[in-house]
Design a protein around this ligand. Sequence first.
Ligand code: IPE
Length: 247
Amino acid sequence: MVIVLKLGGSIITEKDSYRKINEDAIVKLFDVLSKSREKMVLIHGAGSFGHILALKHGLEKPGPSKGREASISRVMSDVLALDSAIVDKLNEKGVRGVAVPPHAIYHGSLPDFKIVETLLANGFIPVLYGDIIVYRGKYRIISGDEIALDLSRRFRPRSVVFVTDVDGLYDSDPKVNKRAKFIPKIRASEIEVIDTKRDATGSMAGKMERIKKIVHYTGRVIIINGKRPDRLSDSLEGKETKSTVIT
Ligand code: IPE
């Protein structure tokens, strides 16, 4: 069985500096991945390689691609550059990652995951990412979270891991409320979300709605802090660690 692991854009890039990689975090996380024997599909977010220009050019809402080709291809080129850097770093660590551009998978009414299947069967780690897709004259942004849902429907992973910049879920916003309580375990049906700030792919509420769907196709969803690579390591080894497990 496979594991789907999404690295959030806020962990692998400097979210407010256009096209800036967070190399330190990437290297530490890939050290952990290099020690894992799990069959895995990796997804990464776009961070500052996607959101900044997508918002600047008003691409967060889907629409006709005609007349917007320049900004669409600019953003696609930026996220591909990030992916190339990520795959490069994976390979430096001996992790056999192979780039799979989402725009090559989402070109019809249903995603075509054949290439992902083939790579997995041959011992590679497919690496997908948040991207823009163009189909029948229309473009839209596809987030890494949405790709995680589609992959889960197709591959029924053992677990889906979201590596983020927070420890997991709280009963209220820990940045606002000092007494916010951490939630180590919760059932998807018990999650209630209050909407928060948005980026080019939506809000925390949107992310949680997606996670609630993903839970139907996997044993568990784990939210973990990528600033603590030891936790990812423990989690991949099946050890108890600080994280939120959603079932
Ligand atoms: C965003 O993907 C894709 C683009 C803006 C083109 P994600 O939504 O998965 O990225 P992060 O994790 O929030 O950075």
